[in-house]
Design a protein around this ligand. Structure first.
Ligand code: NAP
Length: 290
């Protein structure tokens, strides 16, 4: 990357804590370079106790926008002047834009989810689906499924079942969709649930680097042909979950397309330009291989 900066360079960034490995700086800086824009994207490691002051400082410094990651996605709304309708329903913000001196929160994960799942819309609509997880990623996929895919039932599965229950009541209230069943993440009890699901989404960090030997299930009988298994994890791309699903003939979708398209929407919100997604996607694949 050859990004440079000078007096008028506009600053973008990533706010989270701890800032573990992230591809966002690579994606955004490659796009900025290809488009020859006068921006730079930087990491900001901000612990929760410093969030409020950090945001005040960022506004004062004229930072143009930033992504939000763990652990701030679900509690940053309180510091926004406005939040998009989508982000408000989802209850999580992953992109902030400085709009004339006021911070506005958006959720662009939905764009990444839509790009990934829309080719399978007819398969998903009217069928049962399973979502594992109860964090920000799960919220975005549940919203997208209800709004755009209309499944007949959503199984909400989480290690802490109480969090799955809270999420159920949240979406019953927010979206008036009540065809949920909550379950604890205990794979032997889930074989039938998974087999009944046309789509299974892993929206947990299980299987993510460095714990790449982990998987939400190791039970091959959970999967079959004509199922779609979407693992939001993107490091590694071939998680043990996807390997298992593929071995049973299921369609396996990794988290890279979602990652690039959620970034593309954020890029558009900040710069007003369309991200050259194909170029960025290829550059990212090469970067990951190195
Ligand atoms: P989060 O808010 O921290 O939620 C984490 C979820 O994972 C919780 O439901 C948690 O269960 C569960 N979990 C964590 N460790 C577990 C374990 N060892 N066993 C079982 N469950 C476990 O995180 P998030 O923001 O929703 O992100 C979740 C995943 O999605 C991450 O891997 C992230 O990288 C990925 N993601 C990908 C994209 C993309 O563009 N591809 C975008 C956003 C997120 P408890 O409730 O029991 O703690």
């Amino acid at each position: 990357m050859k990004n440079s900066f000078h007096l008028n360079t506009k600053i973008l960034g990533l706010v989270g804590h701890p800032l573990k490995h992230s591809y966002s700086p690579f994606i955004q800086n490659v796009a900025i370079e290809i488009m020859n824009l006068d921006y730079i994207y930087l990491p900001f490691d901000v612990p929760p106790a410093n969030l409020k002051n950090a945001l005040k400082g960022m506004l004062a410094l004229g930072i143009k926008g930033f992504n939000i990651t763990i652990p701030h996605k679900e509690n940053i709304s309180q510091y926004m002047s406005n939040v998009s309708e989508e982000a408000s329903i989802i209850g999580a913000v992953n992109t902030v834009v400085n709009e004339l001196g006021k911070f506005v929160g958006y959720n662009t994960d939905v764009n990444g989810i839509m790009e990934t799942l829309t080719p399978y819309k007819e398969d998903i609509s009217g069928n049962e689906v399973s979502v594992i997880g109860a964090g920000g990623a799960a919220r975005a996929v549940i919203y997208s499924l209800i709004r755009h895919f209309k499944p007949s039932r959503i199984y909400l599965i989480n290690r802490t079942e109480q969090r799955a229950d809270s999420l159920k009541y949240y979406f019953v209230d927010k979206m008036k969709y009540d065809s949920f069943k909550t379950k604890e993440l205990f794979p032997p009890d889930l074989v039938d649930v998974f087999r009944a699901s046309k789509l299974i989404v892993n929206a947990t960090s299980v299987g993510m680097f460095p714990d790449i030997d982990d998987s939400i299930t190791t039970l091959a009988e959970s999967f079959s042909k004509e199922q779609i298994v979407f693992d939001m994890v993107y490091n590694p791309l071939q998680t043990n979950l996807l390997k298992l699903a593929t071995s049973q003939g299921a369609i396996a979708l990794d988290g890279l397309k979602m990652l690039v398209y959620q970034a593309a929407k954020a890029f558009e919100l900040w710069t007003g330009e369309t991200m050259p997604v194909e170029h960025v996607y290829k550059a990212l694949q090469l970067f990951i291989k190195d």
